[in-house]
Structure formats: structure tokens, C-alpha cells
Write a protein that binds this ligand. Sequence first.
Ligand code: GLN
Length: 195
Amino acid sequence: MKINIGILGLQGAIIEHQKMLEKIKDVKVYIVKRKEDLDKIQGLILPGGESTTIGKLIKDFNLKDPLIDKIKNGMIVWGTCAGMILLAKKISNDSKVHLGVMDIIVKRNAYGSQLNSFSTNIVIPEVSNKAIPVVFIRAPYIEKIGKNVEALYKINDKIVAAKQDNMIVTSFHPELTNDISFHKYFVKEIKRKIR
Ligand code: GLN
């Protein structure tokens, strides 16, 4: 069965996610810019980029309410970096709330100015039992999670990957590496959900 996966195509690391998904069998990729595009897909990636910009474009493209609706109705969504910020119900160092659907409080640019970017290898048992390379770029972390949220990985006590029902978030960017494990996990989650 073909799985249709969308990537929100307004700003940020869109092509990078597309290239990863195209390596996985049975996946067809849609770049989502209009609300009609949301009806074709079973899962959606909110890419990294600049959350303030993407948040503004979501409104300008009349996608805010349709996105909230689809996610609340169970569409599987994965927010990477800025995508995590878009999903969060609160940003501790910013007054904005974008989609506000996930019960997490995040801190933007949480790794400060000296350490804006770094990469490391981590084992996330939920995803794979092999270590996967991950890249952090002016990344957020999660300061607080609600009771329905599961922390999938912590670095120095800070949550950098989490899951709540149909929503997955990562502070880091697996799409900027050569390892497709996280994308495979996302596809597997969609298949499990729609089976
Ligand atoms: N610092 C960005 C923001 O706050 C996120 C960075 C990223 O997505 N790589 O939106």
C-alpha cells in the first residue's frame, strides 16, 4: 500500500525531508501549501526553519485552522525543530503560540549562542536499536511535558524527542544526515495507525 506523506512546504528544510522520504519504498511525497493538499495525505512533516516565519506563513496561506483540525482528528504529524515549536502549546521565551496542539512547553534557541549547532549519535529505543546521527541547529528543547506526553530522549536532562498520541517532535534534524531510520520510524507509525 502506498503511503502519502506531506511536508509543509512554506519555509525551511523541505527538500531535505523529501530526499529522505523518497528513499523509502511505498511512500509518495506531497509538498503541502494549500488546505486541499491536506486531504491527500496520511502523515505530515513540519520541517525545521524559522518558527516565527513558518507560523506567519501558515496564517497567510489559511492553513492554521485546517492544520489544527487535521491534527486533532488524528493525522500523524512529526515536527522537527521549528516544527516542534509550531506544535507546542507554549513557548517559554516567546509570547506566540502557533498551532498549540501538543501539551509541551518548549524553549526556543535553547542551546544559547556559543552552542548554536552540534551533532551527536544517540540510541532512541522507540525508533531503532542502532545509534542514529542527529544534528541540532539553534534548537529548542522541551522544558515541560503534560501527562499524555512521552519523553523519547533526553540530553543532559533536557527532553529533545517526545510523542503524544499522533504527534512526534524532535529538537534535532535527522534529515540533515544520511541515516533514514527516523523517517522509517515515522512511516511505520503511519502504517500502524491507518492499518
Ligand atoms: N531557532 C529556530 C526557531 O526558533 C528553529 C531552528 C531550526 O528549525 N533549525 O524557529
